[in-house]
Design a protein around this ligand. Structure first.
Ligand SMILES: *[C@@H]1O[C@H](CO)[C@@H](O)[C@H](O)[C@H]1NC(C)=O
Ligand SMILES: *[C@@H]1O[C@H](CO)[C@@H](O)[C@H](O)[C@H]1NC(C)=O
Ligand SMILES: *[C@@H]1O[C@H](CO)[C@@H](O)[C@H](O)[C@H]1NC(C)=O
Ligand SMILES: *[C@@H]1O[C@H](CO)[C@@H](O)[C@H](O)[C@H]1NC(C)=O
Ligand SMILES: *[C@@H]1O[C@H](CO)[C@@H](O)[C@H](O)[C@H]1NC(C)=O
Ligand SMILES: *[C@@H]1O[C@H](CO)[C@@H](O)[C@H](O)[C@H]1NC(C)=O
Ligand SMILES: *[C@@H]1O[C@H](CO)[C@@H](O)[C@H](O)[C@H]1NC(C)=O
Ligand SMILES: *[C@@H]1O[C@H](CO)[C@@H](O)[C@H](O)[C@H]1NC(C)=O
Length: 444
């Protein structure tokens, strides 16, 4: 009996250790726990030697979009399939089609690599939701633009739902690394509604692939940092030094003459950044300023600054976690949307630019910033300027978590102790542990 309990305890402890290790490397985002990109293949017709499939990518991530230069999808054929033709996308390489006489396939590679077409291609090469240069909005920002699609005609494949073999080893770049795709799973066939909504049709066979994002896989350094200031203390708490890594990084001073050389802003093929020299060496800095304290409200100013001379951020998103976001009264000059990943806790929200006004965060330089002010209604029981309470617990830019300053450096009220933010970190890791524990007990 005693032994059993001991064993159980040992088991729980080792499980927790494994679970904690997993939570660092495995794709799991506590602020968007169900976020994923789903790639769905619907076979819409059989052909003499294969099938035609509509491939749809849905971005179900609340605040992580795919920016220009867009997605790249790849897979490995299970048999000797070839791609006869594609609509709304293309493979980057044809491969060796020398075995074919007469009709030559679009691609004969065992592992094709597919990219979207650019906007403005002829109509006969388009299908619905294609041809956006691989750019896909995040679901929270614009659900109608969070989808991308193309059609593929496959030969030397099975011609019935018994003989078709699903492709394996799916890969997704969006546009950089970070996504891991699971195996294709045959799922109940999709039903489609005709445009007049009076008739339903059905795919002949459907399979889904789910891809999830891990910042850890995307890059070993953060890509943004946060700085703080307040009306009650003159000190500006800067981004941590080398927050985004200082090694092997070139930079250019903001007053450098090189900046007037033509072509300095031209993006590179490999998207290598050209950063302005800063102590943090991040392409993005988010500044959170506690601006005013009224009787029933308080006001925060948020500014995002771009330090990359070679990149404009389109459709950027900013996510913040703060206990008072349950009572946002007004957000000036950004759009705002509460995110409620766990139904009971309303402490997270996403900010994004207003269309045609500030949804483009320009390259580094005088125009390379966007800003907003947020008015929050106080809950008199919890509101305080002490212990750094007025600063966010977490900040994400474009779906990547930003590095916060060390808690002992937060601006603090005259004559008050520095904040104990270790407590916050403890809380969130405790929450994660609790979830794993619940799961664990569930599986027992
Ligand atoms: C993918 O995201 C959707 C929408 O959030 C969710 O319903 C689904 O369960 C997710 N799939 C997986 C495998 O996590
Ligand atoms: C397959 O993916 C689609 C979205 O592309 C989703 O609506 C559907 O629920 C998924 N099916 C399963 C069984 O996960
Ligand atoms: C294949 O099609 C038959 C009918 O044509 C259907 O009964 C069966 O469920 C299908 N199997 C799969 C795996 O979709
Ligand atoms: C899947 O892809 C990885 C990396 O591209 C490769 O190492 C592996 O051999 C592939 N597996 C199969 C079954 O093709
Ligand atoms: C950013 O956008 C502006 C205006 O559209 C354009 O002039 C500039 O070349 C772009 N910069 C980069 C780095 O793409
Ligand atoms: C969360 O808070 C926002 C205000 O910041 C409010 O508009 C929204 O209704 C709240 N959502 C829930 C589920 O409580
Ligand atoms: C917002 O704050 C007011 C005042 O403290 C409070 O009555 C109200 O319940 C709060 N709303 C939410 C969603 O917490
Ligand atoms: C302002 O905050 C800094 C950093 O926490 C602290 O060192 C300093 O003493 C504060 N200033 C005043 C006037 O309290």
């Amino acid at each position: 009996m005693e032994l059993d309990r001991l064993q159980l305890r040992y088991c729980i402890v080792s499980f927790l250790i494994v679970a904690t290790m997993f939570s660092c490397t495995e794709a799991y985002d506590p602020l968007d726990p169900t976020g994923n990109i789903t790639i769905k293949w619907d076979i819409v017709s059989w052909t003499p030697d294969g099938y035609v499939a509509t491939v749809t990518m849905n971005n179900f991530q609340m605040y992580r979009h795919i920016m220009s230069p867009g997605w790249t999808v790849g897979w490995t054929w299970a048999k000797k399939e070839v791609i006869w033709s594609m609509v709304g996308a293309q493979t980057t390489e044809q491969g060796d089609c020398s075995k074919f006489k007469g009709n030559v396939p679009h691609c004969c590679k065992k592992t094709p690599t597919v990219v979207d077409l650019l906007p403005g291609v002829p109509y006969n090469q388009q299908i619905a939701n294609c041809c956006k240069g691989g750019v896909v909005a995040s679901y929270g920002q614009d659900p109608s633009a969070a989808v991308s699609a193309f059609q593929v005609s496959v030969g030397q494949a099975g011609t019935s739902n018994k003989t078709v073999k699903v492709p394996t080893n799916f890969t997704l770049l969006g546009p950089g690394p970070g996504y891991t795709c699971g195996p294709a799973k045959i799922v109940p066939s999709t039903t489609f509604l005709t445009p007049d909504r009076r008739r339903k049709t059905q795919a002949l066979m459907t399979w889904n692939v789910t891809c999830t994002y891990s910042q850890f896989l995307a890059s070993k350094n953060p890509s943004c940092c946060v700085s703080f200031s307040s009306f009650y203390n003159e000190t500006i708490t800067p981004c941590p030094k080398c927050a985004c890594g200082c090694q092997n990084k070139n930079c250019i001073k903001s007053d450098s003459k090189l900046l007037s050389v033509a072509g300095v802003n031209t993006p590179r093929k490999d998207n290598a950044p050209l950063l302005q020299c800063t102590n943090h060496m991040c392409p993005i800095r988010v500044h959170w300023h506690v601006k005013l304290n009224y009787k029933e409200y308080w006001r925060v100013k948020i500014a995002i600054t771009n330090f990359n001379y070679r990149l404009n951020y389109t459709q950027w998103t900013l996510v913040a976690q703060h206990p008072n976001l349950n009572n946002v009264t007004e957000v000036f000059s950004f759009d705002y949307k509460p995110l409620v990943p766990y139904q009971s806790i309303n402490d997270t929200g996403m900010f994004f630019g207003m269309k045609y006004f500030n949804d483009l965060l320009m390259e580094a330089g005088p125009a390379g910033n966007v800003q907003s002010e947020v008015l929050l209604q106080k809950d008199q029981d919890t509101f305080t300027l002490k212990k750094g309470w007025a600063f966010p617990r977490k900040v994400y830019f474009n779906g990547d978590e930003c590095m916060l300053p060390s808690p002992d450096l937060y601006p603090h009220l005259p004559n008050s102790a520095p904040p104990v933010s270790a407590r916050i970190a403890l809380q969130s890791s405790f929450a994660a542990t609790a979830i794993f524990l619940v799961l664990f007990i569930f599986f027992l």
